[in-house]
Design a protein. Sequence first.
Lengths: 165, 165, 165, 165, 165, 165, 165, 165
Amino acid sequence: MARVAIIMGSDSDLPIMSSAAEFLDDLSISYHMTVVSAHRTPERMFEFAQSAKKSKYEVIIAGAGGAAHLPGMVASLTTLPVIGVPIKSSNSIDGWDSILSILQMPNGIPVATVALNGAKNAGILAARILGSHDKEISKKLTRYQRKMKKTVLLKAKKVEDTKKG
Amino acid sequence: MARVAIIMGSDSDLPIMSSAAEFLDDLSISYHMTVVSAHRTPERMFEFAQSAKKSKYEVIIAGAGGAAHLPGMVASLTTLPVIGVPIKSSNSIDGWDSILSILQMPNGIPVATVALNGAKNAGILAARILGSHDKEISKKLTRYQRKMKKTVLLKAKKVEDTKKG
Amino acid sequence: MARVAIIMGSDSDLPIMSSAAEFLDDLSISYHMTVVSAHRTPERMFEFAQSAKKSKYEVIIAGAGGAAHLPGMVASLTTLPVIGVPIKSSNSIDGWDSILSILQMPNGIPVATVALNGAKNAGILAARILGSHDKEISKKLTRYQRKMKKTVLLKAKKVEDTKKG
Amino acid sequence: MARVAIIMGSDSDLPIMSSAAEFLDDLSISYHMTVVSAHRTPERMFEFAQSAKKSKYEVIIAGAGGAAHLPGMVASLTTLPVIGVPIKSSNSIDGWDSILSILQMPNGIPVATVALNGAKNAGILAARILGSHDKEISKKLTRYQRKMKKTVLLKAKKVEDTKKG
Amino acid sequence: MARVAIIMGSDSDLPIMSSAAEFLDDLSISYHMTVVSAHRTPERMFEFAQSAKKSKYEVIIAGAGGAAHLPGMVASLTTLPVIGVPIKSSNSIDGWDSILSILQMPNGIPVATVALNGAKNAGILAARILGSHDKEISKKLTRYQRKMKKTVLLKAKKVEDTKKG
Amino acid sequence: MARVAIIMGSDSDLPIMSSAAEFLDDLSISYHMTVVSAHRTPERMFEFAQSAKKSKYEVIIAGAGGAAHLPGMVASLTTLPVIGVPIKSSNSIDGWDSILSILQMPNGIPVATVALNGAKNAGILAARILGSHDKEISKKLTRYQRKMKKTVLLKAKKVEDTKKG
Amino acid sequence: MARVAIIMGSDSDLPIMSSAAEFLDDLSISYHMTVVSAHRTPERMFEFAQSAKKSKYEVIIAGAGGAAHLPGMVASLTTLPVIGVPIKSSNSIDGWDSILSILQMPNGIPVATVALNGAKNAGILAARILGSHDKEISKKLTRYQRKMKKTVLLKAKKVEDTKKG
Amino acid sequence: MARVAIIMGSDSDLPIMSSAAEFLDDLSISYHMTVVSAHRTPERMFEFAQSAKKSKYEVIIAGAGGAAHLPGMVASLTTLPVIGVPIKSSNSIDGWDSILSILQMPNGIPVATVALNGAKNAGILAARILGSHDKEISKKLTRYQRKMKKTVLLKAKKVEDTKKG
């Protein structure tokens, strides 16, 4: 049984969206990943979203490009937290279209939007949501944050060694 | 029985969307106008769109603001031509959000997008679509275009009379 | 005799615009495709647009880049429905110029605008317009939509098989 | 003890941010609301964020305008889920500055961004996050969504009665 | 006989466009001002542009808002220099639509674009064009430039007197 | 003695700006082309602009990228018509910076702005300005316009032959 | 003798620019404030900038709107640090024009750009520059920063008292 | 002991930021360059900024991409002048995100923003700030400006020799 659902509008979004899966893998958080197109499979989207709670998902991550309706439509059909990942697809207008059609949801139906192509951050945000009441995950997130710091310190050292004024 | 359906995401869109109705009234084209919210009444939207053909509509006009998913979602659930009207609602980002989330539909599901707040043009476009095989409407459109010309000529006269170099 | 006219501002638009033709081919809808430049051959554009009805076209698809005046000017010279395809040409400003100069038509003269480089959707929209009173085409569109669904389901399967949380 | 913290960069953000508080009030979810400025009180921000978990907050809502660093900086100092509300302050460039400086967080530190001035949706998103493991809140959210539907249906009725084609 | 033609897409553009006329009046340059709509009176636009040279105009100033096709279409039908004035009309998207549809002309057909609502500068540019071979006008322009300097110096004095550090 | 001056902010603009020179060459219009940097050689720019009339130039073409001050500053130091060419240099923000800093001149000092990288059109516009009182050039421009038409007709033929619906 | 020069392109910029003066007044830093227009008084601008060092100015603050060339041109004529204030004037395109024409200076000639209408911050930045080697000013800045903190804390208290979850 | 600190949010910013170091090297101005991430090492950023004055830095240069909080946060923790370099990182939205999140600082906390990727100009601006009270550096800057002029003149010569009208 998966705690997180990762859906995307098209399989061409997989190279971006798989970063969310990888992060959840790293934290041993179970997920289910599939393709659900708001425009090409609207009925499938309906069924997925309406049964999401029964499927025991706790968080949904939805990525889409262009006129990206998937995250918002799913959010309108469930009360689970939905994380939206705007994707800069080909023929997208520099990503503005997917950002705005995910972010600018009307009052009543929020989507937790992350950065353009920010699927990794979607994975981390899902973990933070689970971690807000799951101490194990919370600890792992603290460890992850500490690791990031160390990596930066190593890089800082490298830069300092290379260049000296 | 109405030939055109005019739907909008919120009753606050009515002051804009009624221009479409007025134009159809002028050309004696029957229409049905109501509120269908993609995000607050997704099931209603599904039913509306899936039964649109059976309801004998020939064209659908859908107006929405912000992350405007209504026109695109309706288009994904019917094969009728769907005209999208981006609306500059309060808290919209200058209308860019509604324009891009209506216009930038993926391959397979087109929405015939008109100008920001361009509900009147949506009405005219609906008439043009009907007029492509309905001679009566086609003639009325020709008359309408002639009338526009006359109005411009009168205004041109007025400007010429006012200012002389 | 062609039911749809596909025109473009320059032969450099052909790689994009041919997607419209291909879709119409797939649905066995007749079309005539040529180059009509609003700025380099204004008289030709006038003649084309003014005789479009007599030529028995039912829908016009017009693609153009940059300051894209072709769709709007043609729309002002006929009462047929005109579908505009904004094209991201070289030296275009990310496509914004062609989008805005096609979309933002004044009241009275609508252009049915599709996504940037969205020629395929222009073809589908033309078919939807014809299909609104032509049952044969309507059926083909339903079949096309069903096929899209199947393709997505296959891809969904593939993604699900690849990645397991 | 409050489950949600609502912070804002300036007291001038209160008219917007209070919508988040009102929604939480409606659902009887406890919260603490105060002003924390990333730029004018950086130490206060540090202390707030670093002690947020100990303070037993489960979600943080942070609103800010212009170069809005508050949500992202708080997110970097905790592992709790942080919801960012971009605010269109005076001298803001149409809200683009606050949207982009909240949304475009680098990999590692996500902020759950909602629409421009979307404080109400921030409140709802906080409730959804709590509701993902709190059945009481989950039920309330379902009731809220049902209420929204009813309101739309009433408005739809009104619009249908007013205008008849 | 007028040396400059001032045309505009709609009489609602007159409050802006009259600044061009006023400047030409100040320099005693003759002009003819009228309304020519590219979209509502395309034939009139054709006739105007094709006969502009025979009408002995030396420069054409054309103002338009939204999808502003007038300056570019006129330029395609004459070899006279055409000055385009983008106008920020209601429902315009902050003026971007008119700027881009006037400025971004394809190779072969230039439009001399001035600032948004910059009709006065269009008048001055027309005078500069005439002045490039008409010494009388050239002298007047030099005098005008000197007058501007004096005005600035007076204002500088005022500001210096008001505020002292 | 040259009738047109072509200046550019940097020699890296030459590949773009040389299109202006080529067009003038084609029409046998004399020009002088050089580098004048507003920011790196401000005194040189002053001298150039202030002596432009005495140098018998009739039109000035100025190209620049980024914060492009050259066209506007030259226009402030002469009464000759100045044509500005916005150039999309590296590190430019998609050309918006050069477009806006050339186009948005304050009242009193116009710059005749052409499209992004539109140096060829700058050459044609210069020829149109000269042609407004020089019949020889006017005739050449008419011939050029006729040639463009023929080229389009040939291409139209080609497209028609390739694709048949 | 003034340590800071505050110049602006037009006296209409005074309501914005006076905030810079007020801050310098508060810190008892001497300044000279006047109008210098790059486009209407280019010679005055040259003289001002070339003699700025001799005038013993240590920092220059320059505010301008639209195609804002003043800060960049002054920076090209001196080696003093120049602070640019983009001003959102009427007919400006939401301030984008002044921001980009001040910010996007080419390599070699920097302008220290502050926020749109950010004249107060320009004053503070000037003080920071002086304070980097003037201990008295440095102390005053520390005091100013402390005062800001206190103001925020008071406001935080107020917000906390008003709203309780 | 270094007079200038050059910090960057990530070591991937080094290829851009090293231009600042190179310019300071050319002028023999001492600097310290390292990586400080606002989001990954917030404590390190705090310590760096709060001890910057004691470390005897006179100017800080901070470069960052995306939601670039580093320059503004450092500016809030010191009274030294802080120069911000917006960096166009991968997944940045054409650099708009970093520009706006550095530039649009609220009143009280200025950041001296330079052009996108404008690290060289950041180095020059730092030198100008030091040069405002350090005659040696001031002289070097004058020499640098003279050298730039010469380079332009040489290039002008080259362009003039190549092309003759």
